[in-house]
Ligand binder design. Structure first.
Ligand SMILES: [Zn+2]
Length: 95
């Protein structure tokens, strides 16, 4: 359903459904930021309380983890959003 990392293909390769009619706008980014942001505080808190690392080392590990999680989640959430909009037939009406 994707032609690039986040670019939705014009039509489904199997059923020819016009997938590009289902515009998700900023919803995937909003949802991803919400989840990653909520995870950030407890991960930082537990990571520092349990392992007592140097703050820069903790920042490095947490930074890599959060960026990876964001990049993986964003594509999955975008696919789920397009699927949800397809399921409720919420097409772009040019509003
Ligand atoms: Zn299809």
């Amino acid at each position: 359903m994707f032609t690039g990392y986040l670019a939705v293909s014009h039509r489904c390769a199997i059923c020819q459904e016009p997938l590009s009619d289902y515009k998700t706008a900023d919803l995937p980014a909003l949802f991803t930021i919400l989840v990653v942001g909520i995870l950030l505080v407890p991960v930082l808190w537990v990571g520092f309380a349990v392992f007592r690392p140097d703050p820069l080392v903790l920042f490095g590990y947490i930074g890599v983890f959060m960026v990876t999680l964001t990049l993986v989640m964003l594509r999955l959430v975008k696919g789920a959003n397009v699927g949800y909009f397809w399921a409720i037939d919420e097409k772009d009406r040019g509003a």
